[in-house]
Design a protein around this ligand. Structure first.
Ligand code: ADE
Ligand code: ZN
Length: 331
């Protein structure tokens, strides 16, 4: 791991791919576990970080950490902690994946209460830290299509100014994108904007099926599209935005190293790319660390970073008034 040097901390940033629970600082989760008398020592290393090996285990540790997030108040506190940290990294607009399954088990009434608490914290963070948050209700793929439909029902009932997006995360290699078409159709009809993880672990076929069957405007990761240049050109032509998370990809082994990351190639071929952290404490990264690494490895500088932020804002799932307000912060 490279230590963050924070050279790019102050440049305004837009982050489109952040899992709210995955952004929980380990100390926050440990503190809640202690308050509740829960023993979560198995998921922490002696130095206090999360302990896991590989993607499948990461998902298990992630879900174990979520056990302390037992109600709306915990999510209110989590949202505030996450947004304070993001704002300190120069992020002025962020979208977070929210999981109705972790917020009331897919029950619409319970979800409403969790979402209200998250939105309340977002308003406080906007006042206190100057960061804007929008939510993206997200299916956890390895829980299967039935749970996915519960997530869609929660999302449809609460779609609005704050909950603007609908997504698909979790174990990408389980099932096919078309298994979630019912949920994505329902979300689209409710006016939600669509994104799905694909091409983090799956190949170009998974990315292509996701675009065809779920009709998404954005793809989470999408990096393995690089193995099929005709697909890359199709993504560019359709204007689909990739939510690229290089530090996550390197840490989890989706790419062998930073220098092998396809981000510059995708950008050079005309794909709209953005940069995000995914689950920053799990991958020992921050937005400024991502920028520092992009500078060190690919010689990115201010013009690339401004371009990334503008692409992010153009692809953001917010209303036009919000986009204009945030645009002024990028100047
Ligand atoms: N959930 C949290 N982080 C994820 C990732 N990188 N891929 C798929 N699902 C996730
Ligand atoms: Zn993700």
């Amino acid at each position: 791991m490279t230590e963050p040097t924070s050279d790019w901390r102050d440049i305004p940033k837009v982050e489109l791919h952040l899992h709210l629970e995955g952004a929980a600082p380990p100390a926050f989760i440990r503190g809640l576990a202690a308050e509740k008398g829960m023993d979560l020592s198995a998921i922490f290393r002696p130095d206090g970080g999360y302990r896991y090996e590989g993607f499948e285990h990461f998902l298990q540790v992630y879900e174990a950490a979520c056990q302390v997030l037992t109600g709306p108040e915990e999510f209110r506190r989590l949202t505030l902690a996450v947004l304070e940290e993001s704002a300190s990294q120069g992020v002025v607009y962020t979208e977070a994946f929210l999981s109705p399954e972790f917020c009331g088990g897919g029950d619409v009434g319970a979800w409403r209460e969790y979402l209200a608490a998250i939105q309340d914290a977002a308003m406080q963070a906007e006042r206190d830290f100057g960061i804007t948050l929008r939510g993206c209700a997200t299916i956890i793929r390895h829980l299967g299509p039935d749970k996915g439909r519960d997530t869609a029902r929660c999302a449809v009932e609460t779609a609005g100014d704050f909950l603007t997006g609908f997504g698909l995360a979790g174990a990408e290699m389980m099932g096919r994108p078309g298994d979630y078409a019912w949920s994505f159709d329902a979300a689209r009809e409710a006016g939600l904007r669509l994104t799905a993880h694909a091409g983090e672990w799956g190949g170009p076929d998974m990315v292509a099926d996701t675009i065809r069957d779920l009709k998404v405007e954005r793809i989470g990761h999408g990096i393995n599209a690089i193995r099929d240049l005709a697909l890359v050109d199709d993504i560019a032509e359709k204007g689909i935005v990739l939510e690229v998370c290089p530090g996550s990809n390197v840490f989890l082994g989706a790419v062998p190293s930073w220098k092998d990351h396809p981000l510059p190639k995708l950008m050079a071929r005309g794909v709209k790319c953005t940069v995000s952290t995914d689950d920053p404490p799990f991958f020992h990264t921050t937005m400024s660390n991502e920028y520092d690494m992009l500078e060190q490895v690919f010689d990115f500088g201010e013009s690339e970073f401004r371009h990334l932020a503008e692409t992010g804002l153009a692809g953001a799932f917010c209303d036009e008034a919000t986009r204009e307000r945030v645009r002024k912060r990028l100047a």
